[in-house]
Ligand binder design. Structure first.
Ligand code: UD1
Length: 359
């Protein structure tokens, strides 16, 4: 009997890649089921190709829609697949709707689940992902916690499953692709010089679905006059188009979404990162790039405590001030990237070993 790994979004593919690659090395049979939550080439297929992952055995083709639609449809479609195939275990990475639905369907059929990136908490209860990961953690049999902080969160909530602190699989894949990142010529292609620009990403519903808030964030960055490059998520692009918001002739240059190696290359060579992404905060940390997180809270508190990640919420004044602070204290911040709480880059080896023991 094989193990199924359910994924459907860009960050889930990144988190899962080292697990799938390591499983084939260690002779463990893991098959990918894609929910279809992300369907654009640049949000999904490009990553499967970059990581040389096997094609998903099934694509549920759920597509976009409300949270209820997405979650319910995935559960319904996945249930049929699980009943026909009866995997011995289902692995679910992260906290997207595909993760929650990908966990609920097997649990209701009595199929055990393992949650990858368990115990991450932002304590922002309005954030869809916070709800998803909490529910998932409470019905998981196995919880792969990336950090000690995540394990502590799980213990505080008295989850029932077995917790393993393994390190972060995103760090594994980050290390694995360093050579490709260093050899990448995306800066030349875009016409950027190293250390001469800031990288911006924004896609959280809380920030981009509210036009006033989105305008305020972008205005603060325009006021800062930073040379800014902005690979835009389709959600953000759609919202901006609907609001007739344009960044033409400003210091913010919008480009299409990028692949994994390209975005890491842009990140490594940028002066700072402005983001509301969860994963990029960690990738900035490993790239030794100062980060400003346009959220009130973060799951990756360690990066804030170390002093290389600053939380601003969406308030334009706080964003503007944080940018100035990073500029003023740049050398001092750059010296703070020493301790890495995200493991040793071998978490996927540990995870596959644990999975083999229980198979
Ligand atoms: C989802 C995850 C989020 C993750 C993000 C990474 C949830 C609740 N959120 O947010 O945790 O950080 O993925 O990208 O699951 N769209 C396209 N093409 C696509 C996919 C989406 O154009 O391939 C557009 C559609 O207009 C869609 C919107 O983006 O309605 C939002 O997509 P959705 O999958 O609902 O959420 P994300 O914002 O991508």
């Amino acid at each position: 009997m094989s193990i199924f790994l359910i994924l459907g979004t860009r960050p889930q593919i990144i988190k899962s890649a080292p697990i799938v690659l390591e499983s084939s090395k260690q002779g463990l049979d893991i098959e990918i089921v894609h929910t279809g939550q992300h369907y654009d080439y640049k949000l999904s297929q490009v990553f499967l190709e970059e990581f040389s992952l096997p094609d998903p055995v099934i694509n549920l083709d759920v597509g976009s829609g409300s949270h209820a639609f997405q979650t319910a449809e995935i559960i319904l479609r996945l249930e049929k697949v699980l009943m026909a195939n009866r995997p011995s275990l289902v692995i679910v990475p992260g906290d997207a709707n595909s993760a929650l639905a990908g966990g609920l369907a097997p649990v209701k059929l009595g199929i055990p689940i393992a949650h990858l990136e368990a115990g991450a908490r932002s304590y922002e209860m309005r954030m869809a992902e916070e709800i998803n990961r909490r529910l998932l953690d409470h019905c998981s049999d196995i919880l792969f916690a990336p950090t000690v902080n995540c394990k502590d969160n799980l213990e505080k909530e008295s989850v029932m499953g077995r917790i393993h602190v393994t390190g972060d699989t995103m760090f594994d894949v980050f290390l694995r692709f360093q050579e490709e990142v260093d050899g990448c010529n995306v800066l030349d292609q875009i016409g950027l010089a190293p250390n001469d620009y800031t990288l911006l990403t924004l896609h959280r519903a809380e920030n981009v679905d509210d036009a006033k808030r989105l305008r305020g964030i972008l205005n603060a960055i325009q006021d800062s006059k930073l040379n800014t490059i902005f690979p835009i998520h389709p959600r953000t692009k759609n919202r901006m188009e609907a609001q007739k918001m344009s960044l033409e002739d400003t210091n913010i240059r919008v480009i299409e979404p990028l692949g994994y190696v390209e975005i890491l290359s842009l990140l490594k060579n940028s002066v700072m990162l402005l983001t509301d992404s969860g994963g990029l905060q960690k990738e900035a940390f490993w790239s030794k790039t100062p980060c400003i997180t346009i959220r009130e809270r973060t799951e990756w508190l360690e990066t804030v405590q170390i002093g290389v990640n600053k939380l601003t919420g969406s308030d334009p004044d706080r964003i503007y001030q944080a940018i100035n602070e990073v500029k003023e204290r740049y050398d001092e911040i750059k010296n703070r990237f020493e301790f890495n709480p995200f493991g040793d880059g071998k978490s996927s080896i540990k995870i596959i070993k644990i999975l083999k023991e229980i198979q």
